[in-house]
Design a protein around this ligand. Structure first.
Ligand code: HEM
Length: 429
């Protein structure tokens, strides 16, 4: 068996984490070309690591060999969120998933506020992040912006500070008048936990009430999972997808070409999206294929094994890169092009080759909820607004960390549509 292409380098000096975090897409593209292989090795987080950029490798890692490649319990997520299903393995993870999954039916989703104001150009990413925050705080904590604006504002700000702990160096330092980002994040986490515990004790309604009565392993499990669910991660991921959707349909020919999109006659496309719910499904699949919100996920080899025919020794890391997996030319022809029709043609029934929401037994437990929310939000936008980039020429180059979105926040003008009575009767939002 030939060895994994690439080099794991020497400890510390051979580490490529900084290079990877600076531009993960370029990092992988360069190595895939150099090694002529979509699976290669490098040293990341000072651990020799197999990089998986092919559909076959991703399926092996996350599905067939999920019992050999495990979550890392020492992941930074554990520092910031405590023991949650995300970093747990084995039977405990199975039981947690079973309990928590019962909460995610999607039927609890009610989103009726008008979050978009027409007229002025909007920073779409920020507007959608606010929408996502309203969704998670309303749904998971029963805190609604219109009913308790101050509490909503306080929790949103704490969530942002807490989030900074995930993306800053884990150094807890405090001196008079200054504390490190990580230390501020830990303080924010403590304050959020106080609010969450109070909710779990006193609020018997909705999701908080259901979570409080679930069979979970210990008394802190419910609060730690609530902290995870209301974290800034989810609004950011939702905003990422909605931003990419909005841009993909913004209709500007020059910019569409910049984004490698060939979705031309946008007027007809939008009409078709409104009339044919299945076409919206195809468009959203293509949006998540090209612009997956998270770059991927990481596992540790529990035993000597193989991935895509290459040996992967015990204790090696293994990272799947969703951006690269989704552009595997073996599965996706014209991989860089925006072609929603592929999902009703050559790639019909191949949604399981995507990994924007993970894959296999440890996939995302919020996919159904996200699907309901996204479809509702997209239909709402299509039913009520026309939109275009404003100004029409903007740099839409994507960055991929911490979530994917254009590096310079794009601005879009929304124009309220005059709906005919028959349009309104078809309005599902
Ligand atoms: C656009 C929205 C979302 C995206 C893109 C997303 C993405 C992901 C991905 C990629 C994973 C797998 C990570 C891995 O393989 O290591 C994952 C796992 C997970 N997601 Fe999501 N997610 C989203 C929304 C949600 C929501 C709404 C919830 C629930 C409130 C949620 C809860 C979870 C949990 C608990 C896991 C861990 C499952 C396990 O380890 O067994 N996610 N998500």
């Amino acid at each position: 068996m030939s060895k994994l292409p690439g080099n794991a380098g020497v400890s510390v000096l051979g580490d490529k984490s900084l290079e990877f975090y600076r531009d993960p897409v370029h990092f992988c593209r360069q190595r895939v070309e150099k090694h002529r292989s979509r699976v290669f090795q490098c040293r990341i987080l000072n651990r020799p690591t197999a990089f998986i950029c092919s559909v076959q490798g991703m399926r092996e890692l996350l599905c067939e060999k999920s019992n050999l490649f495990l979550k890392d319990p020492t992941d930074l997520m554990t520092n910031m969120y405590g023991d949650t299903v995300i970093t747990t393995n084995g039977e405990e993870a199975c039981l947690l998933r079973l309990s928590l999954s019962s909460l995610f039916t999607g039927s609890c989703l009610k989103s009726s506020n008008d979050y978009i104001t027409s007229g002025q150009p909007q920073c779409v990413y920020s507007a959608f992040k606010r929408l996502g925050t309203e969704l998670v705080l309303g749904l998971f904590l029963n805190v609604r912006a219109e009913e308790q604006p101050e509490l909503f504002q306080e929790i949103s700000q704490l969530c942002t500070l807490h989030w900074h702990g995930l993306i800053s160096a884990p150094v807890s330092l405090k001196v008079p008048l200054w504390s490190s980002g990580y230390s501020t994040a830990l303080d924010a986490r403590d304050k959020l936990m106080d609010i969450i515990k109070d909710k779990l004790e006193n609020d018997k309604q909705g999701f908080v009430g259901s979570l409080g009565s679930l069979p979970l392993p210990d008394s802190s499990s419910a609060s730690q999972h609530l902290l995870l669910f209301i974290s800034a991660l989810i609004p950011k991921a939702l905003a990422s997808l909605l931003t990419s959707f909005t841009l993909a349909l913004s209709g500007d020919q020059q910019l569409l070409n910049n984004m490698n999109i060939y979705l031309l006659v946008h007027e007809q496309t939008r009409r078709r999206l409104l009339e044919d719910p299945d076409y919206l499904r195809l468009v959203l699949l293509e949006v998540q294929r090209l612009w997956p919100p998270f770059i991927g996920g990481r596992r540790i080899a529990d035993k000597d094994s193989t991935l895509a025919g290459f040996p992967v020794p015990k204790d090696y890391g293994a990272i799947y890169i969703s951006h690269s997996v989704h552009r595997d030319p073996e599965v996706f022809q014209q991989p860089d092009d925006f072609l929603p029709e592929r999902w009703s043609g050559r790639n019909a029934g191949q949604e399981h080759f995507l990994c924007s929401f993970g894959n296999g037994p440890r996939n995302c437990i919020g996919t159904k909820l996200t699907d309901v929310f996204l479809k509702e939000a997209c239909m709402y936008l299509l039913n009520h607004y026309d939109w275009c980039l404003d100004p029409p020429s903007q740099d839409l180059e994507y960055k991929w960390l911490p979530v994917s979105r254009p590096a310079n926040t794009p601005t879009v003008s929304f124009t309220q549509l005059d709906q005919t009575p028959s349009d309104r009767s078809n309005d599902t939002s």
